[in-house]
Design a protein around this ligand. Sequence first.
Ligand code: GLN
Length: 516
Amino acid sequence: MSGLGKGITAASIGRILKNRGYSVTAVKIDPYLNIDAGTMNPGQHGEVFILSDGGEVDLDLGNYERFLDIDLTSDHNITTGKIYRSVIEKERRGEFLGETVQIIPHITEEIKSRIRAAAHDATAGNGQADICLVEVGGTVGDIESMPFLEAVRQMRGELPDKDTLLIHVTLFPEDSMGDLKTKPTQHSVKALRELGLHAEIIVGRGERPIASQIKRKISAFCDLAQQAVISAATVPDIYQVPMEMEKEGIAEVLFQYLRLDPKSADASWYSIVSREYTSRVHVGIVSKYGVEDVYMSIKEALKHAGRALSTEVTITWLDAERYEESQLAELDGILIPGGFGPRGLDGKIGALRYARSRRIPLLGLCLGFQLAVVEFSRNVLGWEDATSAEMGQGRHVITLLPDQEGIPDLGGTMRLGNYPVNLKKDTLAMQIYGQKEIVERHRHRYEVNPACIPDLEKGGLVFSGVWKDRMEICEIPGHPFFLATQFHPEFRSRPTKPSPPFVGFVEACRARRSRR
Ligand code: GLN
């Protein structure tokens, strides 16, 4: 079922294989009808993750990129919408030569060919992958996921024996006595069998580890070895999951079944994600959403930066419409994330003003960058009615990007994905990145109004990162750390490569805390 941790499980398995010298890629299947996650409400579905090619995809692809340290493309997120769209387009072009077009074989063939294409995609990571993880989202038994599970069944039959391995992730709930229940697993295994699928490994998710007598029971009922029942209890840090699964012996089961020999033993991941914390900072994120999953990549990027600096980052989520100023006073740093629409506008501007005027470290991202410009216009330049065109009437210091005029569709039409940014000499941006040209991922429709730039600069705002005549980074000289970016650095942050703006921000938070 969704929300169980299939993505983290698959990503961790990928990491285990990668640590032994294999190249790994991943495909996420989302059985919904949307073409992609771009138009979905993040409050319900979690963050929309942005890929370097501009793909607006499920947040699990973020986990794959972070765990496997690879760059994926939109083709690695398959949805029912994408599958049906291409089959129907082929039908209209007459490519099926008069056949009746059906779920089996036409939809299932399309699914299989997309999985194969993604597995052979040489752009993902270091060339063609040795192993492709395919995560089937949704729940066994759902109508929506049937064609995908059927495609998996067919594919397993078509590929050489033992070239595919099926892992079933199930929930072991606890009863009122604190005993783990195996019934949901027994039933879902039965449901899988009815679809002609037999799992070689069962990963049991629960709040507590699965005891060996329960593993024995599952092993007997589900026709697999006891070693192939892997306990995956919830741990405080997702990056520890590969280690926990290693302790359960999953690597041996994987390598034996797939007839692979470990090529190397790279332990660098484990040393990076286990680095001890020697200090702590407290960061507040001001947004209109109360759900953490909406800003999953920001949360992870703060963690990566924190690990790199041996600093534990505690996050408080502040509701932009309700927080009290006294809450801001307790923070070592304030982060204003991306977002859309006017809800919570005043609260975000208030937090920006507080951070700027009280010299508290501030990181603004995308909408946070645009609102930093609005706040500066209102309270430094004295343009009281300054706002963004997205928010309504007033003096528009943030306007629609020229090529966004008159676009009717909302899906996939923003300025998306990788674009270069040039950094100016002797600025904070240059100092944290340490190079003149960078590439970061974008997702926006609005930008700083070119007509206002001279006044903003005269007033003391420095645009330290630009691309042609587009403003990409702003900062305030003399402030301990006030940096905002039109792009989303969080999407490129990885445990192995923390994002420079996040590292700079956490370092500034730590410096502030030590002065207090
Ligand atoms: N709503 C703003 C825009 O479209 C900011 C987008 C964002 O924060 N991702 O430009």
